[in-house]
Design a protein around this ligand. Structure first.
Ligand code: OXD
Ligand code: MN
Length: 595
């Protein structure tokens, strides 16, 4: 038997009986296995080799044109009681979902190879890590899982020791959007995905396991599984402060995770270390602080917009051993996307000769997959089994109006309200309209595997466990002026905001109290070397009480959707926020400096 865990062998046998593959292959994660897989995919055209001169061992994969993003409308959480999935998830009765998925999987791997991928989310020797096994018939999925997770023999050995694992079953199916479903059974720690090979739908360790199933496990076990990047910010004295930050998909998490400080800061000795760009698991440690690991081992980033100005670290890691999905091609076989440089590509993401009339050369959600170790700002702490202690949690959204550049929550409960109240304009990372404001609490709208009301209670519960909790902040890099242009330069200059956040954590930076939280005054931010018009800064650092009053009315209505599952303490925070805004509108609100 290929594994020493009877439950795993039985499950693989069961799946093989249903799906009827021609071969079964247990992945060991070795270089030889990878080379054989790549050779096969080059032969079938699943992977196209890119220029060996400029991009050694890099490949382009062109997906089915309908299979380019997560499909939230086809993603289900199947709990016995629909209230446990909550209004934030699509729900199906588990027996009905099993019957539907069994029918889809019936005989679906005939003539194909069934790959068994044992994987570990987090360092294999970490008590904070959790394991899973993905069965798939897609060699593209195997190659991506090898970059995105610790997969193969070491993961299998841990699974055999643990005796438990999340069961993920995936098949390419016919890639027919009408026969495409991403289904989660949190009570069974199981995932089934049919009909898509897109990362978020098919690399089951990522969104399906590390967020939807893990958020459920985290709630029962007393930790947090979040849609957050993790960075270490090193100051000129060499002290590193770790920050976790939640932003909705395609709002710049990867860029922030790999930030290069502005020149003046760099010269002083500021540096940003990358721990993770998408997912963060936080557990209370023995000293009462929250310790975070990045459960992933690679980056599955949005290519368009990645350029020398926005993310030079990403460019530096993408010139070897990377998989590009749905980007364009130059005449000399280099990957190309909008925002990379001024060259004119020869082919678009569908392989057609490039013609501006057909739209962008790269699909707006074109992706790269690459090992995290290739990133110049990679931190060796990424492999620390104990994780890193988090000092600040940052929430953020894409809001062109109203929301200031940065604010700090008054305390933990207020911070949970700021997270619960998050909203953002939608992006191309999910199928559907782009640019529509939607509520996205803690950036978990598409990823929380249970009722948001219970999720808010879980977050609040950390406030009464006697822990030394991180401070909570909210940022908005996307504020626009009347002319439609961004008011804040963003990218490397976001370090100016992070530096204030670090200063607040250490008690060395001032702020002023407003009805929506603590804001920096102009003098509290280090703006040296930045030419920003006064009016832009005023807009970025001020609060519009009337506009916020309307915003909080909308937040109240949103919370109502979760009925009696919304914790009373969150309602109370919401009432406090509304009362402060009303006082401000009546001209009696405090605006006291607090440092
Ligand atoms: C992602 C996403 O791929 O959030 O990270 O969609
Ligand atoms: Mn994400």
């Amino acid at each position: 038997m290929p594994s020493q865990l009877p439950a795993l062998n039985q499950w693989v046998d069961e799946v093989a009986r249903r799906t009827r593959p021609a071969h079964v292959h247990w992945c060991d994660g070795s270089d030889a296995e990878h080379a054989a897989l790549v050779a096969r995919m080059e032969a079938t055209g699943d992977l196209l080799p890119l220029s060996p001169d400029t991009h050694p061992r890099c490949h382009l994969h062109r997906s089915h044109p309908s299979d380019v993003a997560r499909v939230e409308h086809l993603t289900y959480v199947c709990t016995r009681d629909p209230r446990d999935a909550g209004p934030n998830n699509h729900w199906m009765e588990p027996a009905e979902a099993h019957a539907m998925m069994d029918a889809l999987f019936d005989g679906c791997m005939q003539g194909r190879t069934l790959y068994v991928i044992p994987y570990c989310m987090g360092p294999v020797d970490s008590p904070l890590a959790r394991c899973g096994v993905e069965i798939t018939d897609s060699p593209y999925v195997v190659a991506n899982m090898r970059l995105m997770t610790r997969m193969g023999a070491a993961a299998l050995a841990r699974i055999e020791r643990d005796g438990t694992f999340v069961r993920g079953l995936h098949s390419t199916g016919e890639l027919d959007p009408n026969r495409r479903f991403i289904v989660h059974f949190p009570e069974e720690l199981a995932i089934q995905s049919y009909g898509s090979c897109y990362g978020g739908n098919a690399l089951l360790g990522k969104k399906c396991h590390a967020l939807r199933i893990a958020s459920w496990q985290a709630r029962t076990e007393g930790w947090l599984a979040e849609h957050m990047l993790i960075v270490g910010i090193e100051d000129p004295r060499g002290e590193v402060t770790y920050v976790a930050a939640a932003f909705p998909s395609a709002c710049g998490k990867t860029n922030l995770a790999m930030l290069i400080p502005p020149p003046a800061f760099r010269e002083q000795g500021w540096k940003v270390w990358t721990i993770g760009d998408d997912i963060c698991w936080m557990h209370p440690g023995p000293d009462g602080r929250l310790y975070a690991i990045n459960p992933e081992a690679g980056f599955f980033g949005v290519a368009p917009g990645t350029g020398a100005k926005t993310n030079p670290n990403a460019l530096a890691m993408l010139d070897r051993d990377a998989i590009f999905t749905n980007v364009g091609l130059t005449a000399d076989n280099q990957p190309w996307w909008e925002g990379l440089d001024e060259r004119i590509p020869a082919f678009d993401w569908q392989g057609r000769p490039y013609d501006r009339a057909n739209g962008p050369a790269a699909h707006p959600n074109a992706r790269f997959t690459v090992s995290a170790r290739q990133c110049p700002s990679w931190s060796p702490k990424m492999d620390d089994p104990n994780g890193v202690p988090i000092s600040a949690i940052v929430f953020g959204g894409r809001r062109e109006s109203l929301v200031p550049l940065v604010m700090q929550a008054r305390d933990w409960n207020h911070g949970v309200l700021l997270g619960a109240a998050m909203a953002s304009e939608t992006t191309a990372a999910a199928t559907g309209a782009v640019g529509v404001v939607r509520r996205d609490p803690m950036a978990m709208k598409p990823f929380c595997g249970y009722n948001f009301g219970d999720y808010f209670s879980h977050w609040l519960s950390f406030g009464h466990r006697g822990l030394s909790l991180p401070k909570i902040f909210h940022v908005n890099w996307f504020r626009k002026g009347a002319d439609g242009r961004f008011l804040w330069p963003g990218f490397g200059d976001n370090l100016r905001v992070l530096e204030w956040i670090v200063g607040r954590c250490r008690g060395s930076r001032g702020a002023v109290e407003t009805p929506v939280g603590l804001l920096p005054r102009r003098a509290d931010l280090d703006l040296s070397g930045l030419a920003l018009p006064d009016a832009a800064l005023d807009a970025l650092l001020s609060v519009d009480p009337a506009g916020y009053h309307r915003e909080y009315a909308a937040i109240g209505e949103y919370l109502d959707e979760f009925g009696d599952r919304v914790p009373g303490a969150l309602r109370l925070e919401h009432r406090k926020a509304v009362a402060l805004l009303e006082q401000a509108a009546a001209g009696s609100a405090p605006r006291a400096a607090v440092g």
